[in-house]
Design a binder for this molecule. Structure first.
Ligand SMILES: C[S@@+](CC[C@H](N)C(=O)[O-])C[C@H]1O[C@@H](n2cnc3c(N)ncnc32)[C@H](O)[C@@H]1O
Length: 252
């Protein structure tokens, strides 16, 4: 799915050169894409120092002298304050901010504004609805709730996603003009099911109540079995939406 989002961004960019690109919330997936573009240089930012270390190892062979992978936090007003990039990519950054700089969300795009030379592309996940119209959507909601419950019980912070209209409003109030916005229905599959339920499992070791952890482990594996079986029946079913927004800094 995310490849369709990057393909869309590339089509919006068209023949405009990429120049210098900032991946403002990096990870293996977005950096894989950015590193393959015809850029003059790229900078990838994560708030997680150990993730930065891993990415530096994984991308070592593909980094040119001016390419950088940096651990830093947009909540720090001095972080990269003098940097300007032709293109800034905020790929699922907004939803992750709550984990690293809670309550920064309404100031995030304003914080990035001086770094954006030409364009900011925002990729986000529309928050899930409270209810789903079909069993496949219902099981996706169950997975998301169990994931967040395990994260909270571990004493960690969950992601908080924002809807497309919130993002467009925030961009307009932060000195950008929104040129284009597009939603992409999501086709989740076993990779999502297993990935999210593995996150659940990874949180269990932080629980002091070991009998609760054991019961949750049983619930996780029960849900995995039901979700994977349901996927066989509902192959191709859509649930939820990602979105991409193309914004340009307004003059002045
Ligand atoms: C969901 S991940 C992004 C996924 C990534 N684009 C990929 O392809 O895998 C969110 C990223 O944003 C970073 N992030 C979240 N809040 C941040 C903040 N306040 N400052 C800097 N980076 C932040 C996280 O450290 C992480 O690298």
């Amino acid at each position: 799915m995310a490849d369709a989002l990057f393909t869309f961004i590339a089509s919006v960019q068209g023949s405009e050169p990429w120049g210098s690109v900032l991946d403002a919330g990096t990870g293996a997936h977005s950096l894989e894409w950015v590193a393959g573009l015809a850029t003059s240089r790229w900078t990838a930012v994560t708030a997680d120092a150990s993730a930065a270390e891993r990415l530096r190892k994984d991308f070592a062979a593909r980094m040119r002298p001016a390419d950088r992978i940096i651990a830093g936090n947009w909540g720090d007003p001095l972080f990269l304050h003098a940097d300007v990039h032709d293109v800034v990519l905020a790929d699922y950054l907004l939803g992750a901010v709550d984990g690293f700089a809670p309550y920064l969300q309404d100031r995030l795009f304003g914080r990035l504004r001086p770094l954006v030379g030409q364009r900011l592309y925002v990729v986000g996940l529309e928050p899930y609805p409270g209810e789903a119209p079909h069993p496949w959507g219902q099981v996706i909601l169950e997975i998301a709730r169990l994931r967040d419950a395990c994260i909270l019980l571990a004493g960690h912070r969950t992601y908080r996603e924002y809807p497309l209209d919130w993002t467009v409003r925030s961009l307009e109030e932060s000195g950008y003009s929104v040129e284009e916005a597009k939603a992409f229905p999501i086709r989740y599959g076993p990779r999502f099911v297993n990935g999210q339920l593995d996150v659940c499992r990874s949180k269990l070791r932080y629980l002091c109540d070991r009998s609760l952890a054991k019961e949750l482990e049983r619930a996780i594996e029960d849900l995995r079995g039901r979700a994977l079986a349901l996927h066989e029946v509902h192959r191709g079913a859509l649930f939820g939406e990602d979105y991409v927004v193309d914004a340009r800094p307004r003059a002045g």
